[in-house]
Write a protein that binds this ligand. Structure first.
Ligand code: ZN
Length: 254
């Protein structure tokens, strides 16, 4: 049950890969059994790539810690965001650090409230950089890309903006004679509105991230301090610093 919870979204091949990695790791250490810690490490390796001992200076380390703490504190505060399972400043793959918030179950339906809160969490890294250092790093590029993708889908596909339920993506005529023709595109004026709606969603998320982190500055500092001390926190250790996360909000009738 524990393993299933932290591998939501993994394919069968990912699981096999994870167990293989765990087996290789314990063989290297001459251990006889795979324990939860080995599985945890292997699952992170499959998800984010191998951990690297990178020599970055104190300033870089602290900035990475603030960036990740920014994500984590917001994931903890926002009612529709998934709780923090692991947060780390040990670099893996291309990332200097990571905050892992796996969904508690495989979701088939995403709510607008969840997308909005997720976007705020994604902007949390950059917001922390700006709040603490009045500076911006390229490390936020992946966060920005993901947040932009969510905002674009909300406006273009899901009809979740002021522009209403219309699909704004180029559409192919599916009638038989025109199957290979040029797609219908929306007008330039409408495209401008679509872009400004996307812009607005991202701005709102960025503003909310900033406001919440300002308000919870002490927790942001506390998580950062702890991260600099131990480098990786699991969900329980994180909650020991932050307090227990309030129950996740769910769908209810209004
Ligand atoms: Zn980030």
């Amino acid at each position: 049950e524990k393993i299933a919870k932290r591998t939501v979204g993994f394919s069968g091949a990912d699981l096999e890969n994870m167990m293989n990695e765990a087996a290789i790791a314990i063989a290297r250490e001459n251990k006889k059994e795979i324990d939860m810690e080995d599985i945890e490490e292997a699952s992170m390796k499959v998800k984010y790539g191998p951990s690297k001992k990178r020599l970055h200076d104190e300033y870089e380390r602290e900035m990475t810690a603030y960036h990740e703490a920014g994500h984590a504190v917001l994931a903890h505060m926002l009612p529709y965001a998934d709780p923090v399972h692991r947060i780390s400043i040990v670099s893996r793959g291309h990332a200097l650090g990571y905050t892992f918030t796996p969904p508690e179950k495989d979701k088939v339906q995403l709510l607008k409230s969840e997308m909005l809160d997720d976007m705020v969490v994604m902007m949390g890294g950059r917001a922390a950089e700006m709040l603490i250092y009045d500076e911006q790093t390229a490390g936020a590029s992946n966060d920005i890309e993901r947040a932009t993708r969510v905002a674009r889908s909300m406006v273009v596909e899901y009809g979740m903006s002021k522009l209403g339920p219309m699909n704004f993506a180029p559409q192919y005529d599916r009638s038989y004679a025109k199957a290979w023709g040029e797609p219908h595109k929306i007008s330039a004026q409408l495209q401008e509105k679509v872009d400004s709606e996307i812009r607005e969603l991202i701005d709102e998320a960025q503003k909310k991230a900033m406001t919440l982190l300002k308000k919870h500055r002490k927790q942001l500092d506390d998580v950062t301090t702890k991260l600099l001390e131990v480098e990786t926190l699991d969900g329980d250790e994180f909650e020991r610093v932050m307090g227990v996360k309030k129950a996740r909000k769910d769908l209810k009738r209004s």
